[in-house]
Design a protein around this ligand. Sequence first.
Ligand SMILES: Nc1ncnc2c1ncn2[C@@H]1O[C@H](COP(=O)(O)OP(=O)(O)OP(=O)(O)O)[C@@H](O)[C@H]1O
Ligand SMILES: [Mg+2]
Length: 341
Amino acid sequence: MYASIGIDLGTDRTRIFSGESVVLDLPSVVAVMAHSGEAVAFGEDAEKMIGKTSEYVNVVSPISRGVIANYDEADIMLKNYLGRVCGNRMIKPRVLVSMPGGLTAVQMRSVINAVTDAGGRNVCLVEAPVALAVGLDIDFTKPYGTVIVDIGAGTTDIAVLSMGGIAQCLSAKCAGCDFDEAIIKYVRHEHNITIGPRTARQIKERIGCVIPRPVEIAMKAKGVHIFSGRPQTFEITANEVCEAVSDVTENIISSIRQVLERTPPELVSDIAKDGVILTGGGALMHGMIDKLKEALSTSVRLIDDPFRTVAKGTGMAMKNFSLLKKENDYRFRALRDLVIE
Ligand SMILES: Nc1ncnc2c1ncn2[C@@H]1O[C@H](COP(=O)(O)OP(=O)(O)OP(=O)(O)O)[C@@H](O)[C@H]1O
Ligand SMILES: [Mg+2]
């Protein structure tokens, strides 16, 4: 079906763009048999098994902090996902994969290897902020600074783009899953209750905020009391969540400041004019836009589709590869090219 595709290999979800749209959007999760490594479920089905399997089944999220953490499971997952999109076609697709900026050569090789093993003909990597700019139709080939902040699940990718490439970037290890972790710690400490990552995530997405809400809201959730070991329902307020996640929020802000401090003053003045482009699921945390506006003293624009625009950008860049080629050495590599590196 598709001769070329774009993949956003995210910590939380894998998204594949081809033709005119995102044709696959599934959790980056696979469940495998512990003894044989054979896959038993993928995506949503595997995600539902988290924390509920027997010792015979392992549920694995092979992408961690935006990079491949479990090669075998990443390979199995990618084979399945590429198979769903491409079917049993004779011609293998060319694949453009978006990754956080500043990866090591080993991390890049591991992605290229995994995607090639999974059925990609040749593979090219592109930094996620560059793919996002393509997806938003931003002309970043000019000597003009554009700053992108992508608060995903595993990383907050901050990049200043200019002249067709990345002038400064940082893939900070503080993002959505750290909000979840902070909520788990808070509930254990303040309520003496243990909750799982799924519950923490539900709390965050339903009532989470990074600035206090004008009207207090609360929700009920279930956990296990740490002393009695019994299941217990408890109530948590939005302002409690705000307090719980405040360190993570501050870390995100200081990472953005760090990148801006390293950016040449001429580009910073462009940024002051245009503000920050904000994306990623973590950007949906209530109050994030206002919090960043205040902390950075600049305007902040949340894009229309913070989940899928990176994937869309990889697909668009595939169609018009010269967009990437203009200033940089983006090139497709077959597996045989890797031996020399
Ligand atoms: N309404 C919401 N409020 C707060 N966080 C949210 C909301 N909706 C989704 N999220 C969080 O966004 C994160 C997923 O975002 P996204 O899809 O951008 O991540 P990803 O691209 O898979 O990860 P990464 O780019 O870090 O590899 C999850 O942590 C999820 O809990
Ligand atoms: Mg992402």
